[in-house]
Design a protein around this ligand. Structure first.
Ligand SMILES: Nc1nc2c(c(=O)[nH]1)N[C@H]1C(S)=C(S)[C@@H](COP(=O)(O)O)O[C@H]1N2
Ligand SMILES: [Mo]
Length: 418
């Protein structure tokens, strides 16, 4: 096996044979690495004992922390923050790195004073406290959630760019969500058989409101209070949020406080002025809830530099709002030919799925791309194919093929084109 992939998927921390023979490999690899990954530069690395077996280790503690060598961070603006996909393995996003998007800031909510009112076309208008909700049979599911604005900067601007996977596509994350199925609550309040939509309202300063069709409500909508085994983070909607598997993040109303049941869509500002896609023919795509199949390459990606030719292992994430990922293909010639990547288990429906593929970089200018297919047969489109049907005016649902250009000196830049 070529030496570059002897530490699979993590060539950054690879200890080179040359360095080992010369005795220059430190405890964390060679001094020439890392390439902008989330590891402190060699010179400002924390001090550790030369031989950890000769000193008593640190005591137990009430709250764990990451190794001081792991400097993973969201990239945060005022109203959103992005998951550092280039620094993560597997499929679960640590809760403190789950992306955030909020229109009115993160409210401070006392769970003992928070409740969910369900009213309208129901037999019994009912107010549920958070404690009431936790008495119902719970359900845990592992799903991605993605903001429909994710990837927008690569739709409007097709130049190759110095942007990381986090900066382009960091508005998607995967968690285990625990809560009570909304269908259970609907049966509890006696929903009118004629009802066809609900209005979901958040308890934040934005008072975010979205209309959700009854089919989704009764299918797999969740009133979630748990995230990755603990309470929701405040950023994710503490103490309760709506969670709609596979649908654009904006419909999963956080800090949910009210559900009104009706027989038509409520036409809130979030589905008229926003979250609606203008099409080239002057019409608009409204209630475009489902997140289409997409994949991103997380290694190699800007600012990675491949220090030498030979075998490298590409890695990335693929997901679909319609079900399981069935196939990911990679191209190393800008999309002229494709070959299957390996899907790394678990491969769950409506969930980030890790893929890997070895490729032999010969030192030429090379464009690597990934293309995902889901179990319904939907194939991730090229940017040209997407623009042909959606036009350039749309601000949402940018799931086109993307990847990176590797230059002859090994440096990389983001690209959507050959
Ligand atoms: N109450 C409320 N819910 C909200 C929002 C908001 O601003 N207020 N933002 C929405 C948007 S646009 C997205 S993409 C998701 C983001 O969820 P997250 O912050 O848990 O990742 O929440 C949605 N739910
Ligand atoms: Mo969003």
């Amino acid at each position: 096996m070529p030496k570059q992939i002897d530490r699979l998927g993590d060539p950054v921390r690879r200890i080179s044979r040359r360095a080992m023979l010369a005795g220059t490999a430190g405890a964390f690899g060679t001094a020439t690495l890392p390439f902008g990954k989330a590891h402190a530069r060699q010179q400002d690395r924390p001090n550790v004992p030369d031989d950890p077996t000769k000193v008593q280790g640190r005591d137990a503690s009430e709250l764990g922390t990451r190794s001081q060598f792991e400097q993973v961070r969201r990239s945060a603006g005022r109203s959103s923050s992005q998951t550092p996909h280039q620094d993560l393995d597997g499929i679960i996003t640590p809760s403190d790195l789950h992306y955030e998007r909020h229109h009115g800031g993160i409210p401070e909510i006392d769970p003992d004073r928070h409740s969910l009112l369900i009213h309208g076309m129901v037999e019994r208008d009912t107010m549920f406290t958070v404690a009431d909700l936790k008495r119902f049979p719970s359900r845990s599911v592992i799903h991605f959630m993605e903001c429909s604005g994710n990837g927008g900067r690569s739709y409007r601007n097709r130049r190759t760019e110095d942007v990381t996977p986090q900066q382009v596509d960091g508005l998607t994350s995967t968690s285990e969500w625990t809560g009570v199925p909304l269908a259970t609550l609907m049966r509890e309040v006696g929903v009118d058989p004629e009802a066809s939509w609900i209005l979901a309202e958040g308890g934040d300063a934005a008072v975010m409101t979205r209309s959700i069709p009854m089919g989704k409500v009764m299918d797999d909508a969740l009133i979630a209070y748990g995230q990755n085994g603990e309470a929701l983070r405040p950023e994710q909607g503490y103490p309760i949020r709506l969670f709609l598997p596979g649908w654009e993040g904006s419909a999963s109303v956080k800090w949910i406080r009210r559900i009104e049941v009706g027989d038509e869509a409520f036409m809130t500002r979030e589905e008229t002025s926003k979250y609606t896609d203008p099409l080239p023919d002057g019409t608009a795509r409204q209630f475009s809830f489902t997140m289409d199949t997409k994949s991103i390459i997380t290694f190699p990606a800007y600012p990675d530099t491949l220090p030498e030719r030979g075998w490298w292992e590409m890695s990335g994430l693929a997901w679909s709002g319609r079900g399981r990922i069935s196939r990911v293909e990679i191209s190393t010639d800008g999309g002229q030919s494709w070959s299957d990547a390996e899907l790394q288990g678990p491969v769950l429906p409506i969930c980030h799925t890790r893929f890997r593929a070895a490729f032999n970089w010969q030192g030429d200018e090379t464009v690597v791309l990934s293309r995902a297919t889901d179990e319904t047969g939907y194939v991730q489109p090229t940017l040209d194919e997407l623009i042909a049907v959606r036009g350039i005016g749309t601000r949402y649902h940018h799931n086109h093929i993307r990847g990176c250009r590797i230059r002859p000196n090994g440096s990389t830049v983001f690209t959507v084109d050959a």
